[in-house]
Design a protein around this ligand. Structure first.
Ligand SMILES: C[S@@+](CC[C@H](N)C(=O)[O-])C[C@H]1O[C@@H](n2cnc3c(N)ncnc32)[C@H](O)[C@@H]1O
Length: 269
């Protein structure tokens, strides 16, 4: 199944417009070459010169990729074909847009929910400093904040950090801090956390992320990565690296109503 079909099922009912690309942050624009269908992206850029200029001004290195695909794909004149291509392109990257445009819709998705015992069965959070990296709307972070001393929710998308802060204010959660950062660049000192957890967030730059995780964890601290696999037949490219002698993660998995769920965990030595 094409990824756009999966995203259409997941986010049925939302509308996407070409202007939504103006919400993308630089690091999301960096992901586009690996994500966009080229013919459709070319059509959208030709039809929307402001978006073309915005993407380059926000993340200049994408200019080479854009020039190449514009050379490779001829202009299209038929309006309905252009509109069809634009929608196809937007749905292919709908997850990126949803984070910026509809954080509350993302937050409501049960498909991404976890039984929090997947974390607490590995390690108690009482008295602990916990990091939720790639926190999204803070699904795990809010649960951790009920038990831990301090929780840092590291999340690069501005509107998602805003969502976490607003929810923390509304719910009077005082020990949860939303911070800008990436899994391979966590804005916290060495040896500062007892637990680092991720949910559907690891793997943008895996080896560097794993090194960064070891850096921020105290000795004997714990790293836990939860992954949802919507297509159990698809290969999990992270698996062999995580369980390798270099990283020594243990893997467990189970099925729930929303498909296969996989957990990797380790104690830092
Ligand atoms: C599938 S969502 C998961 C969000 C949340 N952990 C959850 O389970 O609901 C992936 C999240 O990772 C964030 N993200 C993207 N690139 C990242 C990176 N390099 N480092 C950390 N987080 C990243 C996205 O902005 C998004 O919030």
């Amino acid at each position: 199944m094409k990824y756009s079909e999966t995203l259409k099922e997941l986010f049925a009912g939302i509308t996407l417009n070409a202007e939504d690309l103006l919400l993308l942050e630089a690091f999301q624009i960096k992901y586009l070459p690996a994500r966009v269908p080229k013919k459709e992206f070319s059509a959208l850029l030709r039809a929307n010169p402001v978006i073309h200029r915005y993407l380059i001004s926000k993340y200049t290195p994408i200019e080479d990729f854009i020039s190449t695909i514009l050379k490779e794909n001829k202009p299209i004149n038929n309006k309905s074909t252009i509109e069809k291509y634009c929608q196809e392109l937007l749905w292919e990257i709908a997850d990126l847009i949803v984070y910026n445009k509809y954080p509350e819709i993302y937050d409501a998705k049960v498909e991404f929910a976890w039984d929090f015992r997947e974390i607490t069965s590995v390690i108690s959070l009482e008295g602990k400093v916990v990091i939720d990296a790639g926190a999204g709307t803070g699904k795990l972070a809010f649960q951790a904040a009920q038990i831990a001393v301090t929780v840092f929710a590291i999340e690069p998308v501005t509107s998602l950090r805003r969502f976490i802060r607003d929810k923390a204010n509304k719910e009077n959660v005082k020990n949860l801090y939303a911070m800008d950062g990436f899994l391979d660049s966590i804005p916290l000192p060495d040896n500062s956390a007892d637990v680092l957890m991720t949910s559907n967030a690891i793997g943008w730059n895996l080896e560097d992320e794993l090194k960064e995780i070891e850096r921020v964890l105290k000795p004997n601290a714990c790293a836990i990565h939860l992954l949802r696999n919507s297509d159990p037949k698809a290969e999990n490219p992270l698996h062999n690296i995580l369980i390798s002698p270099d990283w020594k993660y243990t893997c467990t998995q189970y099925n729930d109503n929303n498909g296969l769920k996989i957990k990797y965990y380790k104690i830092r030595t």
